[in-house]
Design a binder for this molecule. Structure first.
Ligand code: F3S
Length: 295
């Protein structure tokens, strides 16, 4: 359902229902807050391995309460023993072991949907299959998934790259996708495999529903409005994809992190304005932008 607000000058602001925190991100942020309490009681330090979400504001708020963000296992080496929170993207198997070896406790906030991918790829080897990951090789989620594969996986981003892997190959494959991969583009992968009868490729659809729903709703709204605003962290891959999808449907699409980035003059003449937000965008930021567009 889409909420819309009619304005005196007839402008309508349409806010996507799916804008903002997804289940996994909310769960990770809640985990950190809950662990903060435990850490205070036991007088232990609490670390986040990488920013808990791609939102500088939220991270700053947590840091103010004592959460220390570290960017590598190396950084943990000199730190006093404490709790290390693994964020929703997940990490490779070795990282769990390394954290424990350094004397810290792992607090696993890996999203259950990502964990499911780890389990699929870990099993692929036993089934005699090689793994193909559709996604961005540099993304932390993909790096984590790779670390659960027992033989080196293929990471592909385009149908052309997939073709190079499977063409003339007698191997069996298990194919998974980064949870935030673009669902519309992924259809092309499935069509390619179906059309060419690649029965040796078993496809597990691992694109997260939250992402799918957010993308579909964003595309639908962007198609109907004069200006579209996408809110999210600059490093958030799901926000970047959301922006790409909206831009395809609406030329006047703006990518902002907070209200400060929004050029209200640019959308002044827009009669209908749509708003959506990536999975790491807290509600208060969405509300600020919504109110500014309305007023
Ligand atoms: Fe999990 Fe989906 Fe969010 S995989 S972290 S619920 S986008």
């Amino acid at each position: 359902m889409i909420k819309s607000v009619a304005m005196e000058d007839k402008r309508e602001v349409i806010l996507a229902d799916t804008a903002g925190f997804c289940f996994g991100v909310k769960r990770a942020v809640d985990t950190v807050y809950a662990q903060l309490e435990t850490a205070k009681e036991s007088k232990k330090a609490i670390y986040s391995l990488g920013p808990i979400i791609h939102n500088e504001d939220v991270v700053a708020k947590l840091e103010a309460q004592g959460v220390v963000t570290v960017h590598s296992l190396d950084e943990l080496k000199d730190k006093e023993a404490g709790y290390v929170v693994i964020r929703s993207h997940g990490v490779d198997r070795k990282t769990y072991e390394e954290i424990e070896k350094l004397g810290h406790h792992v607090i696993d906030a890996t999203c259950p949907f990502v964990k499911k991918i780890h389990n699929i790829v870990a099993k692929a080897y036993e089934e005699g299959c090689k793994v193909i990951i559709v996604g961005d090789d540099k993304h932390p989620e993909v790096k984590g998934i790779k670390g659960w594969c027992k033989t080196p996986p293929y990471v592909v981003k385009t149908v052309e790259e997939l073709k190079k892997v499977v063409e003339n190959s007698k191997e069996n494959y298990v194919l998974v996708q980064q949870t935030t991969f673009n669902g519309i583009i992924f259809k092309e992968f499935v069509e390619f495999l179906d059309k060419n009868d690649y029965n040796n490729v078993r496809v597990y659809k691992t694109i997260c529903n939250a992402t799918d729903e957010r993308q579909l709703e964003a595309a639908r709204i962007a198609n109907e409005v004069d200006a579209m605003i996408v809110i999210g962290g600059i490093n958030s891959s799901n926000t970047q994809k959301l922006y790409e999808i909206c831009k395809m449907k609406c030329r006047n699409t703006y990518y902002i992190q907070t209200l400060v980035d929004l050029d209200l003059a640019a959308i002044e003449s827009a009669k209908r304005v749509g708003i959506t937000a990536g999975a790491s965008t807290p509600n208060y930021i969405i509300k600020e932008v919504h109110d500014a567009c309305q007023n």
